[in-house]
Design a protein around this ligand. Structure first.
Ligand SMILES: Nc1ncnc2c1ncn2[C@@H]1O[C@H](COP(=O)(O)OP(=O)(O)O)[C@@H](O)[C@H]1O
Ligand SMILES: [Mg+2]
Length: 156
């Protein structure tokens, strides 16, 4: 089984994934995370297009190997970008592994920022707010005439 976590930095994905791995005795679950791979491969320093494409390739190889061994595999990245999720789902489907999403998107953005600030390698409020706007905030509906309700509310 592949478990994909989804949520802002600081929402608790890695904490949950680590607890899950610890709870399943005998190494039957494993966690793969691109931040950890970046840290391991390039001391967390390099984040260019070239290094990132290698990180993604290595992650997919690891996921494939773990799923082929019938382990429960948790990818505890943010996975908010739909193309990231699609890539993982495609791989799991090819290997015949079921997919579930562990959803952390309900953790309020301010709480994520507070938790993030307390940890050693902070992502920072700016990045978290940008991701929130990009993937989680409700789209603001344009109302050409503020005296009237937005179009969706008009009755015909
Ligand atoms: N449920 C929770 N309640 C309070 N703090 C939490 C919770 N889950 C995680 N944290 C704390 O928040 C910080 C970020 O957690 P982490 O699991 O690394 O988030 P993520 O992997 O989503 O970026 C850590 O310091 C962690 O101890
Ligand atoms: Mg994490």
């Amino acid at each position: 089984m592949l478990i994909i976590t989804k949520g802002l930095p600081g929402s608790g994905k890695t904490t949950w994934a680590t607890a899950y791995v610890l709870a399943l005795a005998g190494g039957s679950a494993a966690r793969v995370n691109r931040d950890s791979l970046r840290q391991m491969l390039h001391a967390g320093r390099l984040k260019g297009r070239k290094t990132e494409s290698v990180v993604v390739l290595i992650q997919l190889e690891m996921v494939e190997t773990l799923l082929a061994q019938k382990l429960t595999e948790i990818v505890d990245d943010t996975n908010l970008n739909p193309s990231t999720e699609a890539r993982l789902r495609e791989l799991a489907t090819r290997l015949g592994a079921p997919v579930t999403v562990e959803d952390f998107t309900g953790v309020p953005v301010e709480e994520c920022i507070t938790r993030d600030l307390k940890r050693e390698h902070s992502v920072g409020a700016r990045v978290i707010r940008r991701m929130h706007r990009q993937y989680l905030a409700q789209p603001v509906r344009y109302n050409p005439n503020p005296l009237l309700p937005p179009c969706g509310h008009l009755r015909h």
